[in-house]
Ligand binder design. Structure first.
Ligand code: XCC
Length: 663
């Protein structure tokens, strides 16, 4: 305390510029909590963003700090006027910086995937007893997909073979990763031609870090190749393994009705939030909160029960898999603590703001870090050992009960909840569109060919205080579905749309006439949530399946599809963007793009990659323009496939039919 006072005296306190909450978020619950935070004198990332101008040179990626001859700053307005001390050009500098973002993002996903695989191995070996193999059908399907014999074999033997095979995703020094054989042959051919088929993720990330060291790879085109290879090791490797193993251990999602938004918190219950990315913590605390002994402790403390709620990607995964309520996305994690209703928050890895510790302290919320990779000053560390996970999760529950008993401050919970349907795994989409006996993507492809569905867009990624929270996501998706583009989503974007009510099947009326017809016939919303960020791999599998079924070209690059991360902020998003681009998808980012326009590196990413058979990048911060870019690309692909005429005819037919119905 004394130290803190001393520090405050020594620090020159600059008064913070006050934000207008309605300008920074379109989420009413978050806005209500930001107003309360202002009244309570509590600061959040929204305040810090408004008071900290982003570094303009860094934003354009015009600086290099990879050696101590620098840091070197080039001029973003005149990028070819200078080079770094070593002679590095603007293209080398931007490509290196971009590559290191891909490396870090891919490392985050692949390290997560490898942790899942470790747990799987220990479950199969019998060393972990708290988790089991829940989805044997999926286990066999995944094994078969990479050539493991399953007929007449023991589950344990299949699982062990699967473990050994998938370990190569991370550790393999030479050769293609196992899931390369899920890639459509023509797409794989393009990768082989350009030398970007990933080996193991560790090898790719190591090589990319090496190549971006001072004095190594100094050709932006060659650096970009390794960017693609590393990003593909994430999408078709580390992330895909994380998704598949999570499904095998905890169950493959099927549609489930669930609530989102801060109204999920309950004033008279012990509220516990889990935030982060790995499902192990959440699965285990789900057991803890249902333990009769702990429930008794909670009721003895005067609570009506224990209310477990998710946030960010951990939350998105549990929402999809078990229908666990979800309180909000990345930019609401501090705001939710302002309710005063959160008794404990458990976090593991990724997207955990350090600012949470201060806000938690202000409201007396117990904040627990649980993963050895992520400690936070001011938070208590209760490490999750998957061999004895309940030790950690029971502790969090007990501490939450204790905090409930001793709640001192008034509680204010925004009375907003939004019901919707979540959990559209790739397997379920197959079944939903095709039915039990002919489950396949054929109906989806047919509806695209006949023009009812114009194309498919993946809208994913973070929220970011540099733009109006949730607003860009919602405006973009509105525009896409109105134009008959079916939207699939993951992560914080999925939660933004769920809060805006787009996950109700009745939201079909917001879609254009063709998409609306399909949604109404199948009973699905026009926006399908498939889970967390690693679950973007489900979108890759869906794309591969669309190619395999036929009628929409020979490679992913031929499909009338596009991707977007309109409010991205993390390096993981850049890795995801690059693996979609390298897989053949046009991918548009919002907020800002860390590259200077009208440079050679920019031209490579935004134009030339497409000519080489990949997808390409796009950028605009404006959601309506973003939708137009994506739709124009989808239409370009439809035209190339010769199905643009079909769409015009169908639209006419649909309009005529509606007129008839109205008459
Ligand atoms: Fe993080 Fe995954 Fe981005 Fe959300 S979307 S802010 S990465 S939690 Ni994944």
């Amino acid at each position: 305390m004394e130290n803190e006072e001393k520090e405050n005296k020594e620090m020159k306190i600059i008064p913070m510029k006050k934000i207008n909450v309605k300008d920074v978020t379109s989420c009413d619950a978050t806005a209500q909590m930001l107003e309360k935070a202002q009244r309570d004198g509590v600061e959040t990332a929204f305040d810090r963003a408004a008071n900290m101008k982003a570094c303009p040179i860094g934003a354009d990626s015009a600086c290099c700090k990879h050696c101590s001859m620098g840091p070197c700053r080039l001029n973003p307005k005149d990028p070819y006027s200078k080079v770094g001390v070593c002679g590095a050009t603007i293209d080398t500098i931007m490509a290196r910086n971009f590559a290191r973002m891909v490396s870090s993002g891919a490392a985050a996903h692949t390290d997560h995937g490898m942790s899942m695989l470790n747990v799987f191995r220990e479950v199969v070996n019998g060393n972990i007893k708290d988790y089991t193999i829940k989805d044997i059908i999926k286990l066999k399907e995944v094994a078969t997909s990479i050539g493991i014999e399953t007929q007449g074999r023991e589950i344990k033997d299949i699982a062990m073979d699967l473990y050994k095979e998938l370990e190569r995703t991370y550790t393999q020094v030479e050769g293609e990763i196992p899931f390369a054989n899920r890639v459509p042959p023509n797409t794989l051919e393009t990768w082989r031609k350009h030398g970007v088929v990933p080996r193991g993720a560790m090898r790719e990330i190591m090589e990319l870090m090496h190549r971006t060291h001072m004095g190594v790879d100094q050709h932006y085109e060659n650096i970009t190749k390794q960017c693609s290879r590393t990003a593909l090791a994430d999408g078709w490797g580390g992330s895909m393994v994380a998704t598949e193993i999570s499904d095998i251990l905890y169950g493959t999602p099927t549609p489930v009705r669930a609530e989102v938004n801060m109204g999920c918190l309950k004033e008279n219950e012990v509220n516990i939030i889990i935030h982060g990315h790995e499902p192990n913590l959440f699965e285990s605390i789900l057991e803890s909160v249902n333990d009769p002994k702990l429930l008794k402790e909670a009721t003895n403390a005067g609570a009506k029960g224990i209310n477990l709620v998710g946030m960010c990607c951990s939350g998105a995964e549990m929402l999809s898999r078990h229908g666990i309520p979800h309180a909000g996305n990345f930019m609401s994690t501090e705001a939710v603590l302002v309710t005063g209703a959160v008794d404990a928050m458990g976090v593991d890895v990724q997207c955990i703001k350090q600012g949470l510790a201060k806000v938690a302290q202000c409201y007396g919320t117990k904040l627990f870090t649980t993963n050895p990779r992520c400690h936070i000053e001011g938070a208590e560390h209760a490490e999750l050992d998957e061999h004895k996970p309940r030790k950690c999760t029971d502790k969090i529950v007990k501490m939450a009960i204790d905090r409930f008993k001793n709640r001192k401050l008034p509680v204010e919970i925004p009375k907003i909840t939004n019901m919707g349907v979540h959990g559209f795994s790739h397997e379920y989409i197959n079944y939903m569109l095709g039915g039990t006996f002919r489950s396949s993507y054929t109906p989806l492809n047919q509806n695209i060919i006949n023009g009812r569905i114009r194309g498919v867009a993946g809208v994913v990624g973070c929220t970011n205080p540099r733009v109006k929270h949730d607003w860009v996501h919602v405006e973009l998706v509105k525009e896409l579905i109105k134009n008959d583009v079916l939207v699939v989503q993951t992560g914080c974007s999925q939660i933004a749309l769920a809060k805006a009510g787009f996950y109700k099947p009745e939201a079909a009326h917001l879609a254009g006439p063709g998409l609306r017809d399909v949604c109404e016939a199948v009973g699905m919303p026009p926006v399908l949530g498939v889970g967390s960020c690693v679950d973007n791999s489900r979108i890759l599998i869906a794309c591969a399946e669309m190619v395999r079924v036929g009628g929409l070209g020979d490679s992913i690059a031929d499909l009338p599809v596009a991707g977007a991360a309109p409010e991205w902020m993390s390096e993981k998003a850049i890795s995801i963007g690059q693996y979609f681009v390298a897989s053949g998808v046009y991918t548009v980012f919002g907020v800002t793009f860390p590259i200077i326009e009208e440079t050679k590196f920019h031209k490579l990413l935004f134009e030339d990659l497409e000519e080489l058979g990949f997808g390409k990048w796009g950028f605009t911060p404006d959601p309506h323009e973003m939708a137009q870019l994506m739709i124009a690309h989808i239409d370009k692909k439809r035209q190339a496939l010769g199905i643009d005429k079909a769409r015009e005819r169908v639209l006419f037919d649909m309009a005529a039919r509606r007129e008839l119905e109205a008459a």
